[in-house]
Design a protein around this ligand. Structure first.
Ligand SMILES: NC(=[NH2+])NCCC[C@H](N)C(=O)O
Length: 411
């Protein structure tokens, strides 16, 4: 088991990255076919071996720069040595009305017989009809190409199923049915893995939809939350109350984004690259607005037993850049444009040109294919670590979606 003393948590998107949670894509990607890829939220059918090579190079680029890389599948296999974690995750995997009681029992028996590493693989790659000797009506009538336990190809995007804010972790509530089960896995890891012993959990998969890709730590105490296809206003409100009650933030900026695939998360249109700079999709830079949410004066922090009753003061909407600079206490939030002309910008935004992972202020990881955006970043003084993503990108996520910062040094 991994043992490291770096304090857990993050108060910004750009503080020097110490520890990150990744998931190397595996057999779950081999489940994708032209028949199921839309439902499983991939734009195509990736070449798995090449996606793994690209991911290994991504992990290596981080390790080379002194970042400790934790692998989700390893942590999962480690917690599956504990009976409580096994029971929770097997229960979550078969909690599916498609199965009915007979197939549920068959699937439970199958999973319960697996050793920790095999169980971890089955929970991630799913269980196909042909891999289980089931009986009964639901099993007989199930399409041979269907899954008893569906695979989780989007586990690759570790930023969405959990996010650290201050020294607490929010296990999120994912909006798309294809991703619901992911946060049962992150919850089990944070609950049972000794590496995270004592870490407080700030959110839960049973609450209003909230995805980590929508949560941007603009500055210590200032959190932006995109609301759109994934995160709901109710989720943003719940998170805001909890952050205020626990003293983890003083301002939450709620930012409506278009409800469409190209802009599924706030981090598909803007990410931080310096303490006062973002790379942003120019088509939205001027129209983006924010509602500023704070606790009303006199609202208590750390109430003994309830973090959901803080009174909220909501103002706005204001232009996002104005509201953000005010909340961050700076004169101006600098913007570096994706692409230059509108067509290049649209192409590079789609290819996750905005979805960068900062390793430190002015040092960021980006897909190499977004040549115009990367040149603009460099012209603005941001060092760019380029990674290949031709296959990884088919899931529509870049370096930031594919990483959950577990520990960043304070600024
Ligand atoms: N933070 C992000 N932008 N994540 C991208 C997630 C992509 C994934 N295929 C989905 O549709 O959910």
């Amino acid at each position: 088991m991994i043992d490291s003393a770096a304090p857990l948590g993050a108060t910004s998107e750009v503080g020097p990255l110490r520890t990150v949670l990744l998931h190397r894509p595996g057999p779950e990607l081999r489940r994708l076919t032209p028949r199921n890829n839309d439902q499983l939220l991939f734009d195509g059918v990736p070449w798995v071996a090449r996606a793994q090579e690209e991911h290994d190079a991504f992990a290596q680029a981080l390790t080379d720069r002194g970042v400790e890389v934790l692998h989700l599948a390893t942590l999962l296999a480690e917690v599956l040595a504990f009976p409580a974690a096994r029971a929770e995750l097997i229960g979550a995997a078969v909690d599916d009305p498609r199965l009915g009681a007979t197939l549920q029992r068959d699937a439970t028996r199958h999973l319960a017989g697996l050793a920790p590493e095999d169980l971890a693989s089955a929970l991630i790659a799913g269980v196909a009809h042909e891999e289980l000797r089931g009986h009964g009506l639901a099993y007989q009538l199930m399409d041979r190409s269907d899954f008893v336990v569906p695979p989780l190809p989007n586990l690759l995007f570790t930023r969405d199923s959990s996010v650290w804010i201050g020294d607490e972790v929010a296990v999120t509530s994912l909006a798309m049915p294809a991703r619901h089960r992911e946060s049962t896995i992150t919850a089990a890891i944070y609950t049972h893995h000794p590496r995270f012993a004592g870490a407080e959990q700030l959110y839960a998969s049973s609450l209003e939809h909230l995805e980590g890709g929508d949560v941007l730590l603009l500055a210590p105490g200032v959190v932006a939350v995109g609301v759109g296809e994934r995160t709901t206003p109710g989720g943003a409100e719940r998170l805001a109350r909890r952050l205020f009650a626990r003293g983890l933030a003083h301002t939450v900026l709620v930012v409506p984004i278009a409800q469409e695939r190209a802009t599924m998360h706030l981090d598909t249109i803007a990410t931080m690259v310096d303490v006062d700079a973002m790379v942003m999709y120019p088509a939205v830079a001027d129209s983006l607005v924010a509602w500023t949410v704070r606790a009303t004066d006199g609202s208590p922090t750390h109430p003994a037993d309830d973090t959901d009753t803080t009174d909220l003061a909501v103002t706005g909407p204001q232009p996002f850049l104005t509201a953000a600079a005010a909340a961050m206490g700076i004169d101006q939030l600098r913007v570096i444009d994706t692409g230059l002309d509108p067509v290049t910008a649209e192409r590079e935004q789609w290819d996750d040109g905005n979805n960068t992972l900062a390793l430190a202020p002015r040092l960021t990881v980006a897909y190499e294919r977004n040549t115009v955006t990367n040149a603009a970043l460099e012209a603005a003084g941001i060092e760019v670590v380029r990674i290949a993503g031709s296959e990884l990108g088919s899931g529509r996520g870049g370096p930031r979606c594919m990483s959950c910062p577990v520990s960043r040094a304070p600024l």
